[in-house]
Design a protein around this ligand. Structure first.
Ligand code: FES
Length: 234
């Protein structure tokens, strides 16, 4: 067992536990997008929204990847952390349409924006991309993609489909189905695992009757179930 302080409180934890998990156990809410949203996905540490400050360290750490050691002093909501999170959220918002144009205004992404207290960005958006509605089961709007890569890890690690990956470079890089093919022409089997793991609404299911994208606000309400989240979409 390891002993360290979290916001001044002494906490005990296993050596391989992450600060994100420990903070949650201690009842602290840390904003997050690329980990902890789809609980079956492995942490990736790429959105940086969950950063925390470890006393004596020059850089902030992504809590979803950072494990603990004896005697460390961690701050989850210091002034430095709060300021950095706001900047990170602003950069992420530049990769997303404004709230009233968002494919899913109730998405986890906007809940995190609320939590951080930033709703708009002063930074220029990326080049606009055409939404892909070629597949009857999937609505793809990469203008709302923040490249958290949850969908890629879901496709590869959870379903072993390996359809999704990154395509292009720099500001023009996107997630892509196979060789950046339209979804309908790709080897995607529409299992739905990527949709489950997308925190922004860039990937949404489509209503089989109307063809409309189904968002958190217009979908059926959540119920308790024994479903293991295979993502088949029943
Ligand atoms: Fe930790 Fe994204 S949730 S870096």
């Amino acid at each position: 067992m390891i002993s360290f302080t979290l916001n001044g409180k002494t906490v005990h934890a296993e050596q391989d536990e992450t600060l994100f998990d420990i903070a949650q156990r201690e009842g602290l809410s840390l904003p997050h997008l690329c980990s902890g949203y789809h609980t079956h996905n492995k942490a990736d540490g790429n959105c940086r929204l969950c950063v925390v400050e470890v006393e004596g360290e020059r850089t902030l750490s992504a809590s979803c990847k950072r494990t603990v050691h004896d005697g460390m002093k961690v701050h989850t909501h210091s002034e430095r952390v709060t300021k950095s999170r706001k900047m990170i959220m602003e950069l992420l918002l530049a990769d997303h349409p404004e709230h009233n144009q968002s494919p899913d205004p109730n998405a986890h992404f906007w809940q995190m924006a609320d939590e951080v207290g930033i709703q708009t960005s002063r930074f220029s958006p990326r080049p606009t991309l055409e939404p892909d509605f070629t597949h009857p089961a999937l609505a793809v709007n990469l203008n709302a993609c923040i490249q958290c890569t949850n969908c890629i890890r879901a496709c590869q690690d959870l379903q072993s489909n390996d359809v999704l990956g990154m395509f292009g470079r720099g500001a023009r890089s996107t997630i892509a189905f196979d060789q950046n093919d339209p979804v309908f022409d790709s080897t995607c089997v529409a299992c739905g695992e990527c949709i489950q793991s997308c925190p922004t609404g860039a990937l949404l299911p489509r209503d089989p009757q109307t063809g409309d994208a189904v968002t958190a606000s217009n979908s059926l309400k959540r119920v308790d179930s024994l479903c293991p989240f295979c993502g088949v979409g029943c």
